[in-house]
Design a protein around this ligand. Structure first.
Ligand code: GLN
Length: 466
C-alpha cells in the first residue's frame, strides 16, 4: 500500500476534500465500529483542529505534510484534558494533566487526534482482552483477538478508521497486533522517542511505536516523534531518515534468522513453511542467509516476564488512590490502599504486581531478579555478536495465528508464550518492525541498535521481494 499521508496531503492541498469532512467521516466510522477499538472519542478537539486546517487552506496558506492527518492514540498516553484510562477501572475517570512529548510533537506538526484507543490494561497482555471496555476484535476475523496490548490501535489502522495510530511496545505490543491485523508496526530503538507521558509499564523496554499501512507513513511519523527530550533521560538525538535513504537495499548483504525459533514444536506448521519460503526468496535475490543460535523461547519469555513484572510492580505502586485513581475509602489508610488496589486492578495486572513484588523481595531478588538482569546482558551480548555477522535478523512475529476471543484469559501461560519471538528484541532494545508479509501474522525485521534506517530499508526491499 502506498503512503496514505502523502495521498491525503495532496487531496487537501488540491481542495479535493476538506479536512472537516475527512475527520467527520473517520469519527463516524469509529463511533459505529463493532470491534471495540474506542475508549474515548476526541470529537470536539478533532473538529476544531480540522476547521483551522481548512481555514488555512482556504486562505491559500501552505500546510505541512502531517497537517490535517487524523490519527489514533493508545489509551496509555497523556493528552492534556482527555481521559487517560489505561483501559483500567482504577483510572476510569482520570484526566491527563499534560501531554506526552511524542503526541505533542505530532500535534505541533498539525496531525489531528481522533481517539483514545482500547488496549490491554496498563499494557498487560497480548490479546486486548484485559480491558474494561470489552475485548478488541480482530480486523480480519472478529471471532479472533485483535492482539495486544495495542490492539485497538492496530485494528483502527487496519480498518482505515485512523490513518496511523501510536501504540506502545514493551515486549511486542505494537509488533504483535500489527502482525495479527496485517499492518506495519515499528518498535524503534529504545530511547529514540521520548517516553515522557507514556504511562510506565516496564521502563527499561517501553517504546513509543507507530502503526500504519505503509513503510513511508511509518518513516514520516517516526521522524516527527524522534529526538532527545530533557524530560526523558534515556532519549538520544537521532538523524532524520530521508525517503531516498531507504529506497535501495544494495548494502544489505547478509540476513540471519534464529534456528530455534523455527525448529521447535510450538510453531504453527504453516507459519514455519511460509517463513522458510520467505527465506528462499531472499536468498534468490543474492543475499546470504545465515542460521543463528539463540536462547530458547522459554528463557526469553521467563527473563522478560521476570523483569517486566518487577518493573510494573514498582511503577504501579503509585496508583493507590491518593494522587491517582478511584479511591475506595476503608477503615484506615492501609485498608484504603488495599481495597482501592484490589478492587480496581484487573486479575492480570494483580498477577503481575504480586509476581513482580515477589521477585524483588528480600531473599528472592538475588536468585530471580538479578539472574534475570544477568540473562538480559547475555541476550544483548548475543545480539551484538550476531550483528557482527549479519546486517539484519528476520523472524516470524508470533508462533501461531491469533487465538479465539476468550482463550487467552483461560490460559495466561499460553498467552505469555505467544510473545516468544517479540520479547528478546525488547530486552536488547533493538529497532524491530512488523511487516504484513511472509506469514499469516507477518515478519519481524531487526537491526543493530540505532539502525532503524536499515530496518525500513530492508522492509522496502521485502515489499518487492515476497
Ligand atoms: N504481551 C507482552 C506483555 O504482556 C507485551 C506487552 C507490551 O508490549 N506492552 O507484557
Amino acid at each position: 500500500m502506498d503512503s496514505q499521508i502523502h495521498k491525503i496531503h495532496q487531496q487537501l492541498v488540491n481542495k479535493e476534500i476538506t479536512c472537516t469532512a475527512l475527520v467527520q467521516d473517520k469519527l463516524k466510522s469509529l463511533k459505529q465500529n463493532t470491534n471495540n477499538t474506542v475508549n474515548a472519542l476526541l470529537d470536539n478537539l478533532a473538529l476544531n483542529l480540522a476547521a483551522k486546517v481548512d481555514a488555512k487552506i482556504a486562505q491559500g496558506e501552505s500546510i505541512g505534510l502531517l497537517e490535517g492527518i487524523p490519527f489514533g492514540i493508545k489509551d496509555v498516553y497523556m493528552v492534556q484534558g482527555t481521559l487517560t484510562t489505561a483501559s483500567s477501572e482504577l483510572l476510569k475517570n482520570y484526566k491527563s494533566a499534560y501531554t506526552a512529548t511524542a503526541i505533542q510533537k505530532l500535534l505541533d506538526a498539525g496531525a489531528i487526534p481522533l481517539v483514545k484507543e482500547n488496549c490491554d490494561s496498563f499494557g498487560h497482555g497480548s490479546s486486548s482482552e484485559n480491558t474494561i471496555f470489552g475485548a478488541v476484535k480482530n480486523a480480519i476475523n472478529p471471532d479472533l483477538v485483535g492482539g495486544g496490548s495495542s490492539g485497538g490501535s492496530a485494528v483502527n489502522v487496519a480498518k482505515d478508521y485512523t490513518v496511523f495510530s501510536i501504540g506502545g511496545d514493551t515486549g511486542g505490543s505494537v509488533r504483535q497486533p500489527a502482525g495479527y491485523n496485517n499492518v506495519y508496526g515499528l518498535k524503534p530503538t529504545y530511547g529514540r522517542i521520548s517516553r515522557y507521558g507514556l504511562m510506565a509499564y516496564a521502563s527499561s523496554t517501553d517504546c513509543v511505536g507507530p502503526i500504519a499501512k505503509s513503510i513511508e507513513d511509518i518513516r514520516i511519523v517516526l521522524n516527527v516523534m524522534s529526538g532527545k527530550d530533557q524530560k526523558d533521560q534515556t532519549t538520544y538525538a537521532s538523524a532524520e531518515i530521508a525517503q531516498d535513504a531507504i529506497s535501495d537495499a544494495k548494502d544489505i548483504k547478509t540476513v540471519g534468522y534464529f534456528k530455534n525459533f523455527i525448529e521447535n514444536d510450538a510453531i504453527d506448521a504453516q507459519i514455519k513453511s511460509d517463513f522458510l519460503s520467505a527465506i528462499e526468496k531472499i536468498k534468490a535475490q543474492g543475499i546470504q542467509v545465515k542460521a543463528l543460535d539463540f536462547f530458547e523461547s522459554n528463557t526469553l519469555v521467563s527473563t522478560y516476564y521476570t523483569l517486566a513484572m518487577a518493573e510494573t510492580a514498582s511503577n504501579l505502586s503509585r496508583l493507590d488512590g491518593t494522587n491517582y485513581g478511584n479511591r475506595i475509602e476503608a477503615e484506615n489508610l492501609k485498608e484504603t490502599y488495599a481495597v482501592t488496589r484490589s478492587e480496581n486492578f484487573s486479575e492480570e495486572t494483580k498477577r503481575r504486581i504480586v509476581g513482580g513484588n515477589q521477585v524483588l523481595s528480600q531473599g528472592f531478588s538475588d536468585e530471580i531478579y538479578l539472574k534475570g538482569l544477568n540473562l538480559r546482558d547475555q541476550i544483548s551480548e548475543n545480539f551484538e555478536n550476531d550483528f557482527k555477522e549479519v546486517d539484519i535478523i528476520i523472524s516470524p512475529v508470533t508462533p501461531n495465528i491469533p487465538p479465539k476471543i476468550g482463550d487467552s484469559l483461560k490460559d495466561p501461560l499460553a498467552m505469555y508464550l505467544s510473545d516468544a519471538y517479540t520479547v528478546g528484541f525488547s530486552l536488547g532494545q533493538l529497532p524491530t518492525l512488523t511487516v504484513p508479509q511472509g506469514t499469516a501474522t507477518g515478519l519481524q525485521i531487526t537491526a543493530a541498535k540505532n539502525n532503524d534506517e536499515l530496518v525500513l530499508k530492508f522492509a522496502n526491499f521485502l515489499k518487492d521481494t515476497i
